[in-house]
Write a protein that binds this ligand. Structure first.
Ligand code: PLP
Length: 406
């Protein structure tokens, strides 16, 4: 009998179901929660590792920085929570004056809406029948849920589902800038917006346009030129819709790399900044308006504490944080205080550091703190992050939308 038949048989039996039930036993969760709570007050250097940590002073300052930069400009902040997936942090962003939040996925939106965030703009589209139905049920429960649409068939499907749910659902049209998502700019986007505007169970609220490619262009001047040039397609679509008398209350887009550039776009209402909160090695290297070498408008607040588990080889340290703790994203993680270290998270469970110079001689059990390569996918690997102030654990922040990729 082949493995696959055995496996299928197993999955069809009650034994499999019982196994799953055991794995998800609430008592196991309660136990691990207790263990984590006892870390409150500990130094971050005493945490068992890998431990995802956010420096609260730095994160709070990053939130303040973006609001200070945009205050009085007429452009609001609509943070993208795909970065942190944590309702507790979304609440801090809203308390600081965000006009709402953005989500990437429906399951992420559900977590945010069901955990006290009332104004959620989902920037990804829902195209499958189960998702459309679920999205409408969510909109029925939460009036502040706004969804993106980028094609006529999806508009028709959403209209039918909204009618069946007996609601009028709020939608924006996503405008294509990077051939990833979005309606084609200009006449096709206008036609879609007008089609939606005529649908009795959909309410057209405006547009969003995200240029993911330009966020990490190195050099502020180059980034600014490219961002504004690429965004012309969205501006043209906005102008056509406005001239056609459509409701253009939302014109959302931009990200951390362009948060201060989007201010120059006429009609633009809010920036969808995500990574500004944590920063990462990818963003630090692009340079900013004030510092061409390092993009330091925002401080790197997110780090992983890792432990040296082998120091047998000269010029080489092995840690307990590999790709399952830091991802394989480039550039490599930065070890704080050790500029000569190259951190390769090449193995699943092991990190390999190579160096010629180090500030001290490391031994097994020593801790290192690293800045993550790319914040969003790293956060998605952890159940919670430690909120750190003055190097001590002040709070535990559950990443409730972690793994919510549907
Ligand atoms: C649609 C959308 N908006 C905003 C963002 C946030 O971008 P950043 O993390 O560069 O600020 C992203 C990130 O991927 C995105 O996909």
């Amino acid at each position: 009998m082949s493995y696959s038949i055995n496996r299928r048989k197993f999955l069809l039996t009650g034994a499999a179901a019982a196994g799953v039930a055991t794995l998800w036993s609430p008592s196991l969760h309660a136990h691990s929660d207790d263990a984590v709570s006892s870390d409150i007050g500990k130094s971050k250097w005493d945490l068992d590792s890998p431990a995802l940590c956010v420096d609260l002073d730095k994160m709070e300052q990053n939130i303040k920085t973006v609001h200070t930069a945009l205050r009085g400009t007429g452009v609001g902040v609509r943070p993208h929570v795909k970065t942190h997936k944590c309702p507790a942090i979304a609440k801090m962003q809203v308390a600081a004056g965000a006009v709402g939040i953005c989500t990437a996925k429906l399951s992420e939106s559900e977590i945010m809406l069901n955990n006290g965030i009332s104004n959620v703009l989902m920037t990804g589209v829902n195209v499958t029948t189960p998702k459309i139905q679920k999205a409408m049920a969510l909109r029925k429960k939460h009036s502040g849920f706004i969804q993106a649409i980028d094609n006529p068939q999806n508009a028709t499907d959403m209209q039918d589902a909204a009618k069946a749910a007996d609601i009028v659902a709020d939608v924006v049209v996503d405008i294509n800038l990077i051939k990833r998502s979005g309606a084609l700019p200009g006449a096709p986007a206008l036609a879609l917006a007008q089609m939606i505007d005529k649908m009795p169970n959909l309410k057209f609220r405006g547009i969003l346009a995200y240029d993911g490619g330009v966020q990490h262009v190195s050099g502020y001047k180059k980034r600014k030129e490219q961002a504004l040039k690429n965004f012309e397609a969205a501006v043209m679509s906005y102008d056509m819709m406005k001239a056609a008398g459509l409701n253009m209350e939302i014109f959302s887009g931009g990200g951390t790399g362009t948060y201060d550039i989007m201010l120059q776009v006429p009609g633009f209402t809010d920036v969808q900044v995500g990574s500004y909160l944590f920063m990462d090695c990818q963003y630090m290297q692009i340079g900013g308006a004030k510092n061409e070498a390092v993009f330091d408008d925002f401080a790197p607040s997110l780090t992983v504490m890792t432990t040296v588990i082998n120091s047998n080889y000269p010029g080489r340290l092995i840690t307990d944080s590999g790709s399952k703790s830091l991802t394989l994203n480039q550039p490599h993680a930065i070890v704080i205080g050790e500029p000569d270290f190259d951190y390769m998270p090449g193995s699943d469970e092991y990190g390999t550091i190579t160096f010629e110079k180090s500030s001290k001689t490391y031994k097994v059990g020593d801790k290192l703190e690293v800045i993550v390569p790319h914040c969003d996918p790293v956060v998605n690997l952890y159940d919670f992050m430690y909120g750190i102030r003055n190097d001590k654990v002040e709070s535990i922040l559950p990443i409730l939308a972690r793994g919510k990729s549907q």
